[in-house]
Structures are given as structure tokens and as C-alpha cells.
Design a protein around this ligand. Structure first.
Ligand code: TK8
Length: 352
């Protein structure tokens, strides 16, 4: 009899522990719940709000859908990614602030508007820095890109890697940009980024920084004459409807940075963090490839819209780079000459 009671007591204890464990696991229902810092094991049911600034059909949107597919597949459907496109949750800066506040879990902004928080991201805004995708991938996926991601946690953000926004070109409603002098007096929207603002000022333009979501209306109402973005964005946001000229300047390459709220990240188990990290990298490879294919396709489709498209000669691009050089030198000092020298030596290695 005694022995049977002892066994019953042990069995009751095991069931209670099991129930306690199951309760703890299911407690993190939305936005990470209260699972505690990395103490939870396994994968909990969570809803992950992921917002971006561009449309679903843009490579950024397609990349986010791929990320969602991978996360939900790897987690057996327990991690659910809710996707929001076209700045419905706000522009890049607003969504980044939402991550810092813990009211949104993921966003993938351009690095340019983040320079107010991490000024060193500004090295990617140096005009005419990159020439090829091989160069951009080598720098972003190498020691320089990693060093900049390591600055994010102190700002309440986790960076899981870089996706591709792309090489930027100028559209406007006044005239084709064929020479450095053609920027004179042009009211050009720029991202909220001091390097872009000073570079276009040096070229004689009249730069107006504003969030991306306001650009179409500003162009339509002629508040500004032009803007600059990669071809996929120019096509996806139908800028050809309100612009007459597209000049293929390829003056800057902009990365997207994949951001996760640190408040949310710290609540995840190592297994959940691994799923998000792997999905961000895998979807990023897919997104970069799509972005490069789309850049060519978008040019062909933009030609059919009637917008006046012109190439810009290497000679004129070199003249623009020469005019902007003092701006780059000024910001190289501000961002740290060691970092900039490391950037140039890394670039030299890629070009050998
Ligand atoms: C979209 C922005 C945009 C960027 C800009 O969220 O602001 O011009 O190139 O694509 O990040």
C-alpha cells in the first residue's frame, strides 16, 4: 500500500510540472508575451508585426513575404508574421521608433534616415562609392557591415542583415539631367540624410528632405521638381505618372537594414531567434536577386510609359563626384577616418 502511495505522489508531481511547463510555454501569446529573457525553451505562439515602406509588388515587399513564409514554415506556424506594406504603419523613422518602443517587431528601412541615430551608416550615402552588386554585397556582408549592425542594440534595435534598395537615379519634371550643371535650381526631394542634402546642394540643386510616403503627392502638386530612387521604386510607385524625365545617374547605392525590436528579441528563446536570423538571411539572398532582376525589368517597363530616359556619361558622373568630393571629405571626418579608410581598403580588395 505504502509503495503505491509513493508512486501516486511522484506521478502527481510529474503531471503538475508538465502542466506548469506547458502553461509557461503558452503564456507568450502575442508580441512575445512575458516569457522572460531567453529563459523560455522551444517555440511559443507569437504574432510578429512587420511593416515596410514600399509596396507588396516591390522586391522589398516580395522579400518580406518570403521571410514570412520561411518563419511560419520553420516554426510550424507558431510564429505568425503579420505584414504591412506602403508605410501603412508609418515611414522608415516612425516604424524604427515603434520597434524601439516595442509596439512593432520588425521593419526594414533604408540606412540613410537612420544616420541621426547611428551616424556611421552615412558612409553608405557617399555618392559614387559603389559600382557593382559584388562590391555592395562584399562590404555589407563583411566586417564593415557587421561593425555597424553591432551599434544597433544600444539603440534598442537588433540588425539581422542587409537587403537591397539599390542604385539610385534621378527623376524630375523640368529637364533631363545630362551634366553636373543640370542640377542647378532643381527642387529635389531627398531622404532625411545630411550627406544627400549637402551633396545635392554642392551640385546646385535645392534639396528638400521628406519621408518617402509624402513624395508622390509632393511631385503631383509640384511642391518639388524631382526625387531620386532605384528603378524598381520609380516603377512600383508610378512616379512616371508625375515626372517627365528619368536620368540614369546611379549616384548612390542604398541598403535596407533588417531591424528587430530588441525588447521583443530579448524575450525570444535561442531557437526562436535562430529561426528569425536564418529567415532574414535566406529571404535577403532571394530579395537581392529579385532586386537585380527587377532593376533591368523596370527599365524596360519604364521605357513603355513615355517618360524621357537618358543615360549619364561616365565622364559627367566623374565631374559630379569631383564637385561632391569636399562633402565626402567633410563627412569622412565626422563618421571616423579609420572606418572610412577601412571601407576604402575593403573596396580595393574586392576590386583586385
Ligand atoms: C522606403 C524608403 C525608400 C527610400 C527613400 O521605406 O526614402 O527614398 O529609398 O525606399 O526606404
Amino acid at each position: 500500500m505504502k509503495k503505491r502511495n509513493v508512486i501516486r505522489k511522484i506521478m502527481t508531481g510529474c503531471i503538475a510540472m508538465g502542466l506548469l511547463f506547458l502553461t509557461a510555454c503558452s503564456s507568450g501569446t502575442t508580441q512575445g508575451g512575458d516569457a522572460g529573457k531567453n529563459e523560455s525553451k522551444g517555440i511559443q505562439s507569437r504574432v510578429i508585426k512587420a511593416g515596410i515602406g514600399l509596396n507588396e509588388d516591390h522586391p522589398q515587399g516580395q522579400g518580406l513575404l518570403k521571410f514570412k513564409e520561411i518563419v511560419e514554415q520553420k516554426s510550424g506556424g507558431k510564429l505568425k508574421v503579420q505584414t504591412y506594406f506602403s508605410a501603412t504603419l508609418g515611414d522608415d523613422l516612425k516604424m524604427t521608433e515603434a520597434l524601439q518602443g516595442g509596439t512593432q517587431e520588425i521593419t526594414i528601412p533604408s540606412t540613410s534616415p537612420l544616420v541621426g541615430m547611428i551616424k556611421e551608416f552615412g558612409i553608405f550615402d557617399f555618392p559614387f562609392l559603389f559600382n557593382t552588386p559584388e562590391e555592395t554585397d562584399a562590404i555589407l556582408d563583411g566586417p564593415i557591415g557587421k561593425k555597424l549592425l553591432e551599434k544597433l542594440p544600444e539603440h534598442g534595435l537588433i540588425g539581422l542583415g542587409y537587403w537591397e534598395n539599390g542604385f539610385r537615379n534621378v527623376t524630375n519634371s523640368k529637364h533631363a539631367i545630362k551634366t553636373a550643371g543640370d542640377f542647378k535650381g532643381l527642387k529635389l526631394r531627398t531622404m532625411q540624410n545630411e550627406v544627400h542634402i549637402d551633396a545635392f546642394k554642392a551640385l546646385g540643386a535645392n534639396p528638400t528632405p521628406m519621408p518617402f510616403s509624402e513624395v508622390f503627392t509632393a511631385l503631383e502638386s509640384n511642391t518639388i521638381d524631382g526625387q531620386e530612387n532605384p528603378l524598381a521604386t520609380i516603377k512600383s510607385n508610378k512616379f512616371y505618372e508625375v515626372q517627365k524625365y528619368l536620368s540614369l545617374t546611379k549616384h548612390v547605392y542604398t541598403p535596407f537594414v533588417f531591424l528587430v525590436s530588441k525588447k521583443f528579441w530579448d524575450q525570444l528563446s535561442p531557437e526562436e531567434q535562430k529561426i528569425l536570423q536564418e529567415a532574414a538571411i535566406e529571404a535577403g539572398k532571394y530579395q537581392r536577386q529579385l532586386s537585380r532582376e527587377e532593376d533591368q525589368k523596370a527599365l524596360e517597363e519604364l521605357k513603355k510609359t513615355g517618360i524621357n530616359i537618358n543615360e549619364v556619361s561616365d565622364q559627367e558622373r566623374e565631374k559630379m563626384a569631383e564637385i561632391i568630393k569636399p562633402v565626402v571629405e567633410k563627412y569622412a571626418k565626422e563618421f571616423g577616418e579609420d572606418l572610412v579608410n577601412e571601407l576604402y581598403s575593403e573596396l580595393d580588395k574586392v576590386r583586385q
